[in-house]
Design a binder for this molecule. Structure first.
Ligand code: BTN
Length: 267
């Protein structure tokens, strides 16, 4: 898709931020991640942010779709981190912390489910999809896509999602300002990304742990190679989950779909 076909709007409210050099806001896109990847391949600089008010084909982890009705925040940030490829696995933590802390400013307690689902009262409010390109240990670009159910009317979501999703509007019961939320989020994202760029990785991991509800839980993780079950005991320096299985073995999991067994019992 050519840039000229996009509906581009001015974004004066974001001009006060240092990090966001080039925000592009569209009424509708197929997927902000796809557009961001096109921009990144064409040389867009770090800090370019692609924002859409709705998405036709929002994409989730594991090739799932991300339902993107009006009222949600759908955005992708282009990053060109100086860190090695291995450390990019911490970037979803940066994004999850930024979402969590922004939600906290509304007086709402949010938690992170490993690796990067943000939840309120056990229901998903935001998801993160990281896509990257590089060679060897060198990173060319990383696109961090974030979808947040800000003022989404939950009835707009499919029946399957309604029971396990929430929105900020649903939690605070008063209107939430889209631009205000976006600004706080991007400022907070910049804060944590600076910590990342300064290689203070343990600060990110410690904060992630302080805001996560995963450690100590009995979990089942669907990975690319199979299903693992056990107790989530820790997160390592790259954000991998350490799982203690019934046989006493500790498994290191890079990525997967994590389910809490106590929640499975109730369904
Ligand atoms: C997940 O939890 O499965 C991740 C969902 C990520 C959704 C966001 S919305 C903005 C960006 N563009 C996409 O197509 N996906 C991400």
């Amino acid at each position: 898709m050519k840039e000229s076909t996009y509906v581009k709007k001015t974004t004066g409210f974001l001009n006060t931020l240092d990090f966001v050099k080039k925000p592009f806001v569209f009424d509708e896109l197929d997927s902000t991640n796809l557009t961001a990847k096109d921009f990144a391949k064409a040389g867009a600089e770090e800090g370019t942010v692609i924002i859409a008010r709705t998405q036709r084909h929002g994409r989730g982890r594991f090739d799932r779709s991300w339902e993107s009705p009006d009222g949600g925040v759908y955005l992708s940030v282009i990053l060109r981190p100086s860190a090695s490829y291995e450390k990019t696995s911490l970037l979803p933590f940066v994004a999850a912390l930024a979402v969590t802390k922004t939600i906290n400013t509304y007086g709402v307690h949010a938690t992170i489910k490993w690796p990067n689902d943000v939840r309120v009262n056990g229901r998903k409010i935001a998801g993160i999809l990281l896509e990257s390109e590089g060679e060897g240990s060198t990173v060319s670009y990383v696109v961090v896509g974030i979808g947040i159910n800000l003022a989404v009317d939950l009835k707009e979501l499919s029946a399957e999602l309604q029971g396990r999703s929430t929105s900020l509007l649903n939690e605070v019961h008063h209107p939430v300002d889209y631009h205000e939320f976006l600004k706080t989020f991007l400022m907070t994202f910049e804060h944590y990304y600076t910590i990342f760029q300064e290689q203070r990785y343990w600060e990110i991991i410690d904060e992630w742990k302080a805001n996560s509800d995963t450690l100590g839980k009995n979990v089942r993780v669907n990975t690319m190679t199979g299903i693992l079950q056990g107790t989530a005991v820790d997160i390592d320096q790259s954000g991998f989950l350490l799982l203690r299985t019934a046989s006493g073995e500790t498994k290191k999991i890079l990525s997967g779909d994590c389910l809490y067994l106590d929640e499975l019992d109730h369904t």
